[in-house]
Design a protein around this ligand. Structure first.
Ligand code: ATR
Length: 274
């Protein structure tokens, strides 16, 4: 029988996940179907229960339900608990609901494998202190950067992350003004400015020679952050399409027990950054 999976969010029309998983399933000969479901804002848990009752085996979860997904799981992984959010659920016998968060590992795999930029020994900066940063911190720290810093418009939120992650990732935290005089090899925009088109107050000299500027948002072309990086002389710029494909590959591995080749999906979904 065809195994059923879905991505649940609100809105969900834009999701590329059905396309990505269809490509993975076809290439690996897996008998599975993957659809997109829009849950009402006050009906995430009901939507998950209904999908499960109809034979669903697992779901991806996207905005704004990642926190609820972690909360409703009977067995969230340590990294999902640390992130306070899950983007993937797996339904097991006996009513068990496993939860994991593959966003951070997807980001790390994209940076290291697809963009050929090893994190070990590098100075890494995350801009923003919301859920996107929270999911990325532990997987980045596990690669042993020389420095892991978080800058945020509201510095208290960055300081809170330093406190919450103290046992997992020693963090330098502060407002944007504290970045003055420092430079970084990898700068990741995890704020929502990729969608709002706001400019970030990035000080001069922020990007080290040969730096990578990474925008977590995908499909928006050159966002203000990427334009700022280019104006500062950065030649290596990327958006989050690879993160999206790589987190999907981790979910597929978790559900199906096999790692798909991400190359064809990356080629299909990559839009030139102009
Ligand atoms: P997500 O879950 O996608 O990370 P979020 O939790 O709402 O979304 O976090 C959004 C992040 O973008 C926050 O770090 C926010 O900064 P504040 O904590 O100061 O609100 C950041 N952000 C949004 N708009 C911004 C802007 N115009 N300039 C700087 N930072 C901005």
């Amino acid at each position: 029988m065809t195994d059923r999976y879905a991505v649940i969010g609100h809105p969900i029309g834009h999701s590329k996940s059905p396309l990505i998983h269809a490509m993975f399933a076809r290439a690996s000969g897996q008998d599975m179907a993957y659809t997109a479901i829009e849950a009402p804002l006050d009906g995430f848990a009901d939507t998950v229960h209904a999908f499960r009752a109809s034979g669903g085996r697992g779901v991806n979860v996207t905005l704004p339900f990642k926190l609820q997904a972690c909360e409703m799981a009977t067995e969230p992984t340590a990294r999902a608990r640390l992130a306070g959010a899950a983007n993937c659920l797996k339904f097991e016998e006996g009513g068990r609901t496993l939860a994991d968060n593959f966003d951070g590992v997807g980001l790390v795999n994209d940076i290291q494998r697809n963009l050929a930029c090893p994190i070990a020994g590098k100075r890494v900066l995350l801009l923003g202190a919301g859920g996107a940063t929270r999911g990325a911190l532990q997987p980045i720290a596990a690669e042993r950067p020389a420095l892991l810093a978080v800058a945020n418009r509201t510095p208290e939120k960055a300081h809170q992350l330093r406190h919450d992650f103290a046992a997992h990732a020693p963090l330098q935290t502060g407002g944007y003004e504290t970045l003055l005089g420092q430079s970084f090899d990898v700068v990741i925009n995890a704020t929502s400015t990729g969608l709002s088109q706001d400019r970030l107050p990035l000080p001069e000299g922020l990007f080290a020679p040969g730096a990578l500027a990474y925008e977590m948002v995908y499909g928006k072309g050159l966002t203000p952050f990427l334009k700022q990086a280019q104006a500062a002389g950065v030649a290596r710029v990327a958006d989050g399409v690879g993160m999206l494909v790589e987190q999907a590959a981790e979910a597929f591995l978790w559900w199906r027990g096999m790692r798909p080749d991400t190359g064809p999906a990356l080629t299909t979904l990559t839009v030139p950054l102009v």
